[in-house]
Unconditional design. Structure first.
Length: 405
């Protein structure tokens, strides 16, 4: 089976699709990736890449074909539009001129969903089967992120998305809550399969962890650790407000790993509110290094803004935190919150409720004296093994592929 993965983002950018591609290659499948020049999340090309740089890479046996695109830059609406459109345009050109046949294409549909057009073009030319793995709902993600309220544009986006759903052979969703949003557009539910995200193997096998590697960066105290994109969706306004409420407990430390458009704002707030002793921004590190940081955390922090679209999403870092066996403090709504509650693996509060977040931090801090934190961490790991095992999920995905041929 020859598989083409279409994803605007791929290694060395850190996304779940990297792990799936690697697993498929390790299982003996012929996999190629069609992607762009890496520039996420900083908005500028990674070292060694440019608009006109080399277009071929190999990553652990995965053949990578890169097309030019406009970088995200500061991530404003117009800049993102050029970023999205340029990848869709150049990836379609690649399909037109290379004329290589694949049996199946899988589009990793985080925003933008427009990246699927290359796969749909390949289907039209070569009669391949097209699979769309929906990670972000459109146009809901667009309207939420940009506060777009132009009814004409929203209507056009809705028509585009419906056409994409109808044109795809199968639609895969990372959250069961996505199904109703898709069927409301007239799509038959029989066309939809639930394929959730999972955690990379390095978060499950703890034998390779180097506890001393980054210990010098971690202050003494009770560690609340956030890892990931520092952006609007993660509601850092509420995180900072909660951190301000707990700063009187000087041994409670908020550690933030990652980078993103909101980082400069967070740095300014830390200085303005005099939180330098309790809130630490450590920057962005490779995915492979995350276990060496996580091992020092007492609890992991998971937050999303109070938006309907986010309430339907399972943030992939939730599976990562659970697989690693760390308790989770959640400030979010919907399915993510429900999973933490069902698994009994942490402390929960509604999205944007920074008062509850601060209360939960103090509650977790006080639970150090009992086995509560350890128990919650074990609960999460057990729930992960039963519901989000990578081997079982990818077995299911491959069965769906094979059934379509």
């Amino acid at each position: 089976m020859k598989i083409l993965i279409v994803s605007q983002y791929f290694w060395p950018e850190n996304f779940k699709i990297n792990d799936l591609a690697l697993d498929l290659v390790n299982r003996g499948y012929d996999v190629e990736v069609l992607t762009g020049k890496p520039n996420y999340p900083q908005g500028k090309f990674y070292a060694g890449y440019s608009f006109f740089s080399h277009s071929r890479d190999v990553y652990n046996g995965i053949k990578i074909n890169r097309v030019p695109l406009c970088t995200r830059r500061n991530g404003t609406g117009l800049q993102l539009a050029f970023n999205f459109i340029s990848f869709a345009f150049f990836s379609c050109l690649y399909i037109l001129f290379h004329r290589k046949k694949y049996d199946i294409s899988l589009t990793y549909a985080i925003s933008p969903i427009t990246q699927v057009y290359a796969a749909l073009l390949h289907k039209k030319i070569h009669k391949s089967k097209t699979f769309l793995w929906v990670q972000d709902l459109w146009p809901e993600s667009v309207t939420s992120a940009s506060k777009l309220d132009n009814k004409v544009i929203i209507k056009l986006l809705s028509k585009m998305v419906k056409h994409i759903y109808n044109s795809s052979d199968r639609i895969l969703v990372q959250s069961k809550s996505f199904i109703s949003s898709i069927t409301e557009r007239g799509i038959d539910e029989k066309k939809i399969d639930y394929i959730p995200n999972w955690a990379e193997d390095l978060f499950i096998d703890n034998t390779a962890i180097n506890k001393n590697r980054y210990k010098y960066l971690i202050p003494n105290g009770f560690i609340i650790m956030f890892a990931g994109n520092i952006g609007e969706a993660q509601d850092f306004e509420s995180i900072i407000k909660a951190a301000e409420k707990t700063k009187y407990r000087t041994d409670i430390k908020w550690i933030i790993l990652g980078d993103g458009r909101k980082r400069e704002w967070v740095e300014d707030k830390i200085k303005h509110l005099n939180l330098q002793d309790t809130v630490k921004l450590l920057g962005r590190y490779p995915l492979e290094d995350m276990p060496d940081f996580f091992i020092h955390a007492d609890v992991m922090l998971l937050t999303l803004k109070d938006e309907e679209i986010f309430s339907k999403t399972i943030p992939s870092k939730l599976q990562t935190y659970m697989a690693f066996g760390k308790p989770v403090i959640g400030m979010l709504n919907g399915v993510g919150l429900n999973i933490i509650s069902e698994a009994d693996c942490g402390y929960i509060g509604a999205a944007s409720d920074y008062n509850k977040l601060a209360e939960n931090v103090i509650l977790a801090y006080n639970d150090q004296s009992s086995d509560a934190l350890l128990r919650k961490g074990k609960n999460g790991k057990a729930f992960y093994a039963e519901n989000f095992s990578k081997a079982i999920i990818i077995d299911h995905l491959i069965a769906i592929f094979q059934k379509s041929l």
